[in-house]
Ligand binder design. Structure first.
Ligand code: ZN
Length: 143
């Protein structure tokens, strides 16, 4: 299992196949399709768990007292399976949707925004996904 430690906000984020960012949004990362190689960006420090030890520690979780130890490590600067990307990822935290409104003639309002929702797993600079609930009209992040 891989994670990133943000050297800016100290947040630790587990990597998934979709891009995830730290609390401040300056560090991000994701797994590529093979589930082994990862791409990270920003001033992120990649971390790893020994998966076998982690699973054993979870399985032997005690009722009280000290839990089992497992190995976690800092992934070196040069690693065949971690690529450092210099582009900045855009998330709803770093780049929230800007929605302008126009008053409707018979009351209410019409929201207008750019639709950044297109997303592909292999897109080098993933963008946030958005969805609108037709019933309520609310806009939310969908991925
Ligand atoms: Zn951060």
């Amino acid at each position: 299992m891989r994670l990133i430690l943000s050297s800016v906000c100290q947040d630790i984020v587990r990597l998934h196949r979709h891009p995830r960012a730290c609390e401040c949004g300056k560090c991000w990362g994701y797994y590529l399709e093979d589930g082994l190689r990862a791409v990270i960006g920003g001033p992120a420090i990649p971390l790893g768990f020994r998966n076998d030890e982690f699973v054993m520690a979870l399985r032997s979780r005690p009722i009280e007292g000290m839990g089992s130890r497992f190995a976690a490590f800092v992934i070196p600067h040069i690693c065949d399976t971690v690529t450092v990307e210099t582009k900045r990822i855009r998330t709803s935290a770093t780049d929230p949707l800007r929605i302008a409104t126009i008053d409707a003639p018979n009351g209410g309002a019409i929201g207008i925004t750019f639709a950044p929702g297109k997303r592909q797993p292999t897109t080098p600079e993933p963008r946030p996904c958005v969805a609108m609930d037709r019933a309520s009209g609310s806009v939310s992040e969908s991925c």
